[in-house]
Write a protein that binds this ligand. Structure first.
Ligand SMILES: *Cc1c(COP(=O)(O)O)cnc(C)c1O
Length: 374
């Protein structure tokens, strides 16, 4: 995947570790489908890293969400609460179970689900809350776990954008994904860790893990070949993906510190630009930087979309924030979501790839600053 030198991409993977070595090992072993040494190794290493008893690998992050919901017994007419600002896969996975996604507005300060609005959206049909840790910023899990406990609700964490982020809960630091009943991760090419396509569900519940292993393998009874007591799926990860994942996970700390360095530099170079807003979090978290994200508002002189165009013309790839789910045709809603709409309109993701240099960051920030002078 050669990219033209003149373009600074939004994301770029790092394969400078043991990725090629392990991938070749997997190829030479002839185990290229969903059996092989790297599957078990990646699952065990990932569970250990996140701090859960079990990890179940899957073919991508979207199906990891569906697998968790299905194994937790979410079904038709159940209500599952989900933030209105997220990647569409969070909500689609709820739809796949025939449950009803109940959209909740986000908080303008930390971009995650608004706790008061979350409480108000609970009904007698609510079964679960899908918490999304957006752009690497953990949600307020202490409060959410308390609400879940009081109302007897299941918690599924969508941690697809926040590998390694932590929250302080009952005075201990815990990694996101390890707090709720199940935590789901994505290893898509632009994520913090990648296996090309891939996903993982982590949990401390042994029965849930077994159920997920069964469902991801066509519902096959693990003790009786070709006997399928339930309808399942083919949601398995391949040994090739797991080989890459094992190598990626070995260097997670250096990957995260690289991402942290990026965000420190962006902050430094954008510090004095009026109208550039960073998230403000008033609970104890250690965020990670998936894509460095800012809001643009007055007195910044041009709109988010205008700035994106200018950056594109100068070879800088950016992304607008997600659309509010309520603005997408399948999930169109008349309810008002003022904060999701505001954040969606003003939010911008800046290049955050593992090939980014300080020079690149300075170049990008100079383009952003230049608008002020004109
Ligand atoms: C990427 C992502 C997913 C889906 O992961 P895939 O591996 O692309 O299927 C789900 N939720 C969120 C919030 C994501 O960012």
């Amino acid at each position: 995947m050669k990219k033209s030198k003149s373009i600074i991409p939004i994301a770029y993977p790092d394969f400078s570790g043991n990725e090629k070595l392990y991938l070749n090992k997997a190829l030479e072993s002839s185990w290229i489908s969903s059996k092989g040494e790297f599957i078990d190794k990646f699952e065990n290493d990932f569970a250990k890293y996140i701090g859960t008893k079990h990890a179940v690998s899957t073919s991508n992050g979207t199906v990891s969400l569906h697998l968790a919901l299905e194994a937790l017994g979410i079904k038709e007419n159940d209500e599952v609460i989900v933030p209105n600002l997220t990647f569409v896969a969070s909500v689609n996975s709820i739809h796949y179970t025939n449950a009803i996604p109940v959209l909740v507005d986000i908080n303008k300060e930390n971009w995650n689900m608004d706790i008061n609005k979350l409480i108000k959206s609970i009904t007698t049909k609510t079964r679960a809350i899908m918490v999304v840790h957006l752009y690497g910023i953990p949600s307020d899990m202490s409060k959410i776990m308390e609400i879940a406990y009081k109302n007897n609700l299941l918690i599924i964490e969508d941690a697809a954008e926040s590998h390694g982020a932590e929250v302080l809960i009952n005075s201990t630091w815990k990694k996101v994904g390890a707090i709720g009943d199940a935590g789901c991760f994505s290893f898509y090419g632009n994520k913090i860790l990648t296996t090309g396509e891939g996903g993982m569900v982590v949990t401390n519940d042994k029965k849930l893990a077994s159920k997920m292993r069964m469902l991801r393998d066509h519902g096959q009874d693990p003790k009786r070949r070709y006997y399928h007591p339930v309808i399942g799926y083919n949601y398995r990860m391949t040994n090739l993906q797991a080989a890459i994942g094992t190598a990626q996970l070995e260097k997670i700390n250096s990957l995260l510190s690289f991402k942290n360095k990026i965000s420190v530099l962006y902050k430094k170079y954008l510090m004095d630009v009026p109208g550039i807003i960073s998230p403000d979090i008033n609970y104890e978290v250690k965020s990670v930087c998936w894509l460095y994200s800012i809001l643009l508002d007055t007195p910044y002189p041009i709109s988010r979309d205008e700035l994106m165009k200018k950056l594109k013309n100068k070879g800088v790839e950016t992304r607008p924030f997600f659309w509010p789910i309520s603005a997408l045709p399948p999930y169109k809603s008349d309810k008002e979501f003022p904060n999701s709409e505001y954040i969606s309109d003003h939010g911008l993701n800046l290049p955050s790839g593992y090939n980014l240099t300080e020079k690149d960051i300075k170049y990008i920030c100079d383009i952003i600053k230049n608008e002020i002078k004109n």
